[in-house]
Design a protein around this ligand. Structure first.
Ligand SMILES: [Zn+2]
Length: 448
């Protein structure tokens, strides 16, 4: 089985690719971010391509280990096809900006830029051109993937890599991918309309099943129907000639200077792949923990800041098990964290030095994620000051008298009865007690 991808992502620029219209199309009424250029009016002339979009595509290409086509003219072509969202009848798409990359053992054939078409609603017959002309980066892989699972993992990690650059639209729904699949001895089938990792996985799974059942597989383009989770025929595979590519006579070719590439390379972020290797080596972290840490750039940035002052081994596990969990639970992205790294360091030191229990630390973290403040103040606010020995003893005593059955069970060798009792004590003391200490006192008092 051979699987390849063509991945499109919107580049995160303020202006469109060939005109000065803004790109915030989600927040404005239909057809307001438009001008004669991006609606394809006869006689309109495109402005030279948005330099920020080109630089962003170069950075993405470098992150994918591609070779940038330096100091040679990169023509912008017109790719002709008819669809209501494309009033000019052609889409402007550049020749490769970079080639021959690699990510996680999968070869990247090329990276180029193109313009997004408008948005056509077949049900109402209406077109919204706010999206028309927004810069896209397209990444084409070689068909090096060999299973739906591998394809899914690859797509996840390429999205993560793109997010790391900070140069693509952060909204997850902007991903659009086409995939091509061929089984041994079969023809290549292309599937369009994939807009999520899950969708890609399902589409490939379905297509493999379909192709295996067929005696003869046609070379064709199929569409993925998200709602039914199937692929349906779209058209016979078009060849390049069908698009009647011509260099756009209105635009000069793009030139990417060596100095510019050097400048981008110096300023760009480390790729997640390299970063994972580096943090494993420099902090002695387990690979599975490192994988979670590099999930988002802002998350691992925060970790490295904290690890300057807190034991990296402790910090790495705490980030993976507690911070990750709390952020997920509260639906906060690492880029949206509002507490400072100093506040986090202070909290983690309080846990490390046994000033508060890990359980209390988690409560403080939740509070801190919502309303950032000094963790010591939050301990006070939440009433988490250390519980006195007398108070704890009496809570244990009360729990034992109330739960005689569980005490008997424990005496008869049922270990889990002790966990139950400890849970009762923890809830009676509102989480202020240290669970390990509670266990000790419980055992002692039961013996007595
Ligand atoms: Zn425009």
């Amino acid at each position: 089985m051979r699987i390849g991808f063509e991945i499109h992502e919107q580049l995160d620029t303020e202006r469109k690719l060939y005109c000065n219209c803004p790109t915030d199309y989600r927040d404005v009424p239909p057809n307001t971010n438009v001008c004669p250029v991006c609606t394809g009016m006869p006689g309109s002339k495109p402005a030279p391509p948005n330099r920020k979009a080109i630089d962003a595509a170069v950075e993405i290409a470098l992150m994918l280990d591609c070779e940038v086509n330096i100091d040679e003219p990169i023509h912008i072509q017109r790719k002709h096809y008819d669809y209501p969202d494309l009033p000019s009848g052609y889409q402007r798409t550049s020749l490769p900006i970079a080639v021959d990359g690699e990510m996680g053992g999968i070869r990247i054939r090329e990276v180029h830029i193109e313009e997004d078409p408008g948005k056509y609603d077949p049900a109402g017959g209406k077109v919204d051109f706010n999206r028309s002309g927004i810069p896209l980066v397209e990444i084409i892989t070689e068909p090096d993937l060999t299973s739906p699972e591998e394809a899914r993992n690859f797509l996840r990690s390429i999205i993560r890599t793109l997010q790391y650059t900070g140069k693509v639209n952060p909204a997850p729904s902007t991903l659009r991918a086409d995939t091509n699949i061929s089984l041994e001895g079969g023809k290549r089938v292309e599937i369009k309309n994939i807009n999520s990792v899950k969708g890609a996985y399902r589409a490939i799974k379905y297509e493999v099943m379909r192709q295996k059942r067929k005696k003869e597989v046609k070379r064709e383009t199929r569409a993925y129907m998200e709602s039914q989770m199937i692929t349906v025929p779209m058209r016979d595979k078009e060849v390049a000639e069908d698009y009647r590519y011509i260099p756009d006579p209105d635009l000069l070719p793009i030139m990417i200077e060596r100095a510019k590439v050097k400048e981008i390379r110096e300023k760009m972020y480390e790729s997640p792949h390299l970063r994972k290797q580096r943090i494993i080596e420099s902090y002695g972290i387990e690979p599975s923990v490192a994988e979670v840490l590099v999930g988002e750039r802002e998350f691992v940035d925060l970790f490295e800041k904290v690890a300057e002052e807190v034991d990296p081994e402790f910090a790495s596990h705490w980030f993976k098990d507690v911070l990750r969990k709390v952020l997920n639970y509260m639906d906060i992205k690492p880029s949206e964290i509002s507490f400072s790294s100093d506040q986090l360091v202070k909290l983690m030191k309080m846990i490390e030095n046994d000033e508060i229990t890990p359980e209390q630390g988690e409560l403080v973290l939740r509070e801190m994620a919502e309303t950032p403040a000094d963790p010591e103040e939050l301990v006070e606010k939440l009433g988490l000051e250390e519980i006195s020995r007398e108070e704890l003893n009496s809570a244990v005593q009360k729990t034992l008298t109330k739960n005689e059955e569980a005490v008997e069970d424990f005496k008869n060798g049922k270990g889990e009865a002790l966990n139950f009792l400890a849970g009762q004590v923890m809830s009676a003391t509102e989480g202020r007690a240290d669970p390990r200490e509670v266990m000790e006192i419980l055992k002692d008092q039961i013996k007595e």
